[in-house]
Design a protein around this ligand. Structure first.
Ligand SMILES: Cc1ncc(COP(=O)(O)O)c(C=O)c1O
Length: 385
């Protein structure tokens, strides 16, 4: 029997990090001490107060059953309290918050609720691949919005052709931005909200890195007038509390948008393990000091890497947030060539920018989720060219 994947699955590019991981393993097997600036996965552990909350919660039989629904009321209340404290925005925990099995899950399910066949998602490129790939899996078409350095890595919404606008249902935006590290100014958020309102497009703001900022605090779209009328925002506990493996986050915002997402989820998953929701609630109630400590650590690492690369004549886009550094390739090399040279000559893994979209060519992404001593070791290897 021949088994064929459906056309939608066949349209997907290979998942970026699987290929990089394969190369890493091969090098490690041949004895190379690989320094991994590849995937963005925090290297420091989940804090003790979250582990303790989990240990206590996991022993409670009432948390062992199907979670179902939009998440435990205590978890949604913890999200609402965190939101109020952090952004000064009031959310209704019953109608305006849904627990997610990591924000990726919610981002991936959203197009299934709002796209009909061949309708369009506006997706930034370079960008997190899930916006476009989930769109394809849902039978829609991504339309890519280039993020150019000259525009501060913001998309030019006025350049979207009218026939595309007619079919567009979703606009994904992500600031602080993976992979460029850019932030969005207030003027852009206001523009995006009125653009979505004008064309009847849902604004899906991916705020996975909202707590990893270096200068000004990042904002929620709900801090701007009209944000809640057009938008949904995805929040993640992964990067904020070193909890990538736990799979917990939440979506919030427009009531109808959330109910569409919740309906898709009811049919495809059974929610977040309730003990994890208890641990997540403890994380969200943590004093600001924990995330401030994380930001200090990433800032130190970032400064070491940026100044070291600059000394070697390699220029970088200094990030406003995230733990990614968007590094320009040297003259005459494209992003795959530079990334391959870093890997084969120096045992340094980076992600070629073109993997995030064609406008990412000319850059490679360094993730600083590794100890400062390893960053220094990488710089020392690079200085011995
Ligand atoms: C831009 C962006 N959004 C969302 C996610 C998903 O995070 P999680 O599913 O762990 O909440 C990631 C993970 O790397 C990301 O980079």
């Amino acid at each position: 029997m021949t088994i064929e994947f459906n056309e939608r699955l066949q349209k997907l590019p290979p998942y970026l990090f699987i290929e990089i991981d394969r190369k890493k393993r091969k090098l490690q097997e041949s004895g190379v001490d690989v320094i991994d600036f590849g995937i963005g996965d925090p290297d420091t552990p989940t804090p003790d107060f979250v582990i303790s909350a989990m240990q206590e919660a996991v022993a409670r039989p009432e948390y062992h059953r199907y979670p179902l629904g939009r998440g435990k009321s205590f978890f949604r209340q913890a999200c609402a309290l965190w939101f109020k404290k952090r952004f000064g925005v009031i959310l209704n925990p019953d109608k305006e918050i849904v627990a997610l099995i990591g924000s990726k899950e919610g981002i991936g399910h959203l197009p299934f609720a709002f796209l009909n066949q061949n309708e369009v998602t506006l997706a930034p490129e370079p960008g997190y691949p899930v916006y476009a790939n989930a769109t394809i899996l849902a039978g829609g078409d991504p339309f890519f919005l280039p993020l150019k350095e000259i525009n501060g890595f913001l998309p030019d919404l006025s350049a979207i052709p009218a026939p595309v606008l007619k079919k567009a249902r979703l606009l994904f935006l992500n600031y602080p931005n993976n992979p460029t590290g850019a932030a969005a100014p207030d003027s852009f958020w206001k523009e995006a909200i009125s653009f979505c309102d004008k064309y009847g497009i849902i604004l899906a703001s991916d705020a996975a890195y909202s707590e990893v900022y270096y200068g000004k605090k990042s904002k929620s779209i709900f801090q701007f007038p009209g944000g809640k009328e057009v938008g949904i925002e995805f929040h993640s506990l992964s990067k904020t509390f070193n909890m990538t493996g736990w799979r917990v986050g939440f979506a919030c915002g427009h009531e109808k948008v959330l109910s569409g997402l919740a309906t898709v989820k009811e049919n495809l998953d059974s929610g977040v393990f309730e003990a994890i929701q208890a641990a997540g609630s403890a994380a969200l109630a943590a004093p600001e000091g924990f995330t401030e400590g994380l930001r200090r650590m990433y800032r130190r690492r970032m400064e070491t890497l940026v100044s070291g690369l600059n000394k070697l004549g390699i220029s970088c886009c200094v990030p406003a947030g995230t733990f990614y550094l968007w590094v320009k390739t040297p003259e005459g090399e494209n992003s795959t060539q530079f990334s391959t040279r870093l890997l084969e000559k120096f045992g340094i893994i980076t992600t070629p920018g073109c993997g995030f979209g064609p406008s990412g060519d000319g850059y490679v992404r360094f993730s600083i989720t590794l100890d400062e001593s390893r960053i220094k070791e990488a710089l020392s290897r690079l200085s011995k060219t």
